[in-house]
Write a protein that binds this ligand. Structure first.
Ligand code: DAH
Length: 341
C-alpha cells in the first residue's frame, strides 16, 4: 500500500512539474484529490482494511496529500506569476514612444507677418504702442480731424457700443492721438491691431481686419523720410528689387496724403493676375501729419512735423503668400493654416 502511494506521489509530482498552465494544475488536482481521484480512492478503500492498518495507511495518505498539495500550490503560484507577467508585458504602454501622427500647433500667417513687421520697425527704433479696440468717437474720428458730419465717416461705419460716443475702432490711427497726448517729439511708434467696419464679407472685405499704424514726429521730418522708410519696408517684405510710388490721395488727418503702391512682387511689375495687369499693388495710405492733429495733441506744428502711415496687415499677408481670398485668413481652415508652418 505504502509503495502504491509513493508511486502515485512521484508520478503526480512529475506531472505537476511539467504542467504549463493553471488549468493543467487544476486538472491534476481533480484527478488525484477530487471526489473520484486516485488518492481519494485510497481513503475510501480504507474501510476494507484490517483495523490495525487503518491508522498507518491514513497517515501515509495524509502525508501524500500534504506533499502533493504543497508542490501543487508552489507550481500554481509560479505559473500565475508567469502568466501575469506575460499579460502585463503585452499590455504595457510605452509613453516615450515617438508617435508619428502627433499634431503640432502653428503660427497663423497674419501673426507670422505681424511679428516680422514689428521686428522690422523696432529694429529702426520704433516703439510698439497699444491702444484700445473699443474706442471713443473722439480718438477714432474727432481728434483725427473727422468731425461728426464729415463725409469720411461714411467709409468707416462701425458698431457703436454707445451711440455717438463709443465705437469699435475703425482704424489704428486712433493710436496716433493717444501716443501724441502722452509723448512729445521725437516720436517713432507703431501700433498694430484689430479694426472693425460695417462691411459684408467677401474676397476682399471683412468686418474685422488688422492694421499697422506708423507715426514719426520730430523737427524737420519730411516726405523724403516717409518715402525712404516705406521703400525699405517694401523691399524687406516683397523683395529687394521692389519699387514704390506715391499717388495723391486724401485722408483728413494727413496733409498732403498719398496712396502708396509697390511694384508687383509676383510679376516684377510686368502685369499679372495678382496686380490685375497694372504691375502695381496698392499697399497703404500715408501722409504728413495734419497741423490740426498736432495742435489737438498740444504739439507745435510750426516747430514739429511728422508723417504717418496705415498698412492693412491682412493685405500684406495676402500679397506675400499670394492668397487670393481674404476669407481664408479668417476661417481658420486647418488645411489652409497647415501650409504656413
Ligand atoms: N487710417 C486709414 C484707413 O484706415 C489709413 C491711413 C492713411 C493711416 C493715412 C495713416 C495715414 O496713418 O497717414 O483707411
Amino acid at each position: 500500500m505504502q509503495n502504491k502511494i509513493n508511486v502515485l506521489v512521484a508520478e503526480t509530482i512529475e506531472k505537476i512539474n511539467s504542467a504549463q498552465t493553471q488549468k493543467e494544475i487544476t486538472d491534476i488536482k481533480v484527478e488525484v484529490m477530487g471526489k473520484n481521484g486516485a488518492l481519494t480512492s485510497f481513503m475510501r478503500n480504507m474501510k476494507d482494511l484490517p483495523n490495525d492498518q487503518k491508522p498507518l495507511v491514513g497517515k501515509f495518505v495524509n502525508e501524500a496529500r500534504v506533499k502533493i498539495e504543497s508542490v501543487l500550490d508552489a507550481k500554481f503560484k509560479e505559473i500565475s506569476e508567469k502568466e501575469l507577467k506575460a499579460k502585463l508585458d503585452a499590455e504595457k504602454i510605452d509613453i516615450t514612444i515617438d508617435k508619428h501622427d502627433r499634431k503640432m500647433g502653428g503660427i497663423h500667417p497674419i501673426n507670422i507677418v505681424r511679428r516680422k513687421v514689428v521686428d522690422f520697425f523696432t529694429s529702426m527704433g520704433f516703439i510698439v504702442a497699444d491702444s484700445p479696440e473699443v474706442e471713443t468717437d473722439y480718438y477714432n474720428f474727432e481728434a483725427l480731424n473727422i468731425p461728426k458730419d464729415h463725409p469720411a465717416r461714411e467709409m468707416q461705419d462701425t458698431f457703436y457700443v454707445v451711440p455717438e460716443k463709443i465705437v469699435l475702432r475703425t482704424q489704428t490711427s486712433a493710436g496716433q492721438i493717444r501716443t501724441m497726448e502722452v509723448n512729445k517729439p521725437p516720436i517713432k511708434m507703431i501700433n498694430v491691431g484689430r479694426v472693425y467696419r460695417s462691411d459684408d464679407i467677401d474676397a476682399t472685405h471683412s468686418p474685422v481686419f488688422h492694421q499697422i499704424e506708423g507715426l514719426v514726429v520730430d523737427e524737420k521730418i519730411t516726405m523724403c523720410d516717409l518715402k525712404g522708410i516705406l521703400e525699405k519696408f517694401a523691399k524687406a517684405f516683397f523683395g529687394n528689387e521692389t519699387n514704390i510710388r506715391f499717388r495723391p490721395s486724401y485722408f483728413p488727418f494727413t496733409e498732403p496724403s498719398v496712396e502708396v503702391d509697390a511694384s508687383c512682387p509676383h510679376c516684377k511689375g510686368k502685369g499679372c493676375r495678382v496686380c490685375k495687369g497694372t504691375g502695381w499693388i496698392e499697399i497703404l495710405g500715408a501722409g504728413m501729419v495734419n497741423r490740426n492733429v498736432l495742435k489737438v495733441c498740444d504739439i507745435d506744428p510750426d516747430k514739429y512735423t511728422g508723417f504717418a502711415f496705415g498698412v492693412g496687415l491682412d493685405r500684406i499677408t495676402s500679397i506675400i503668400y499670394g492668397i487670393n481670398d481674404l476669407r481664408l485668413e479668417f476661417e481658420n481652415d486647418i488645411r489652409f493654416l497647415k501650409q504656413f508652418n
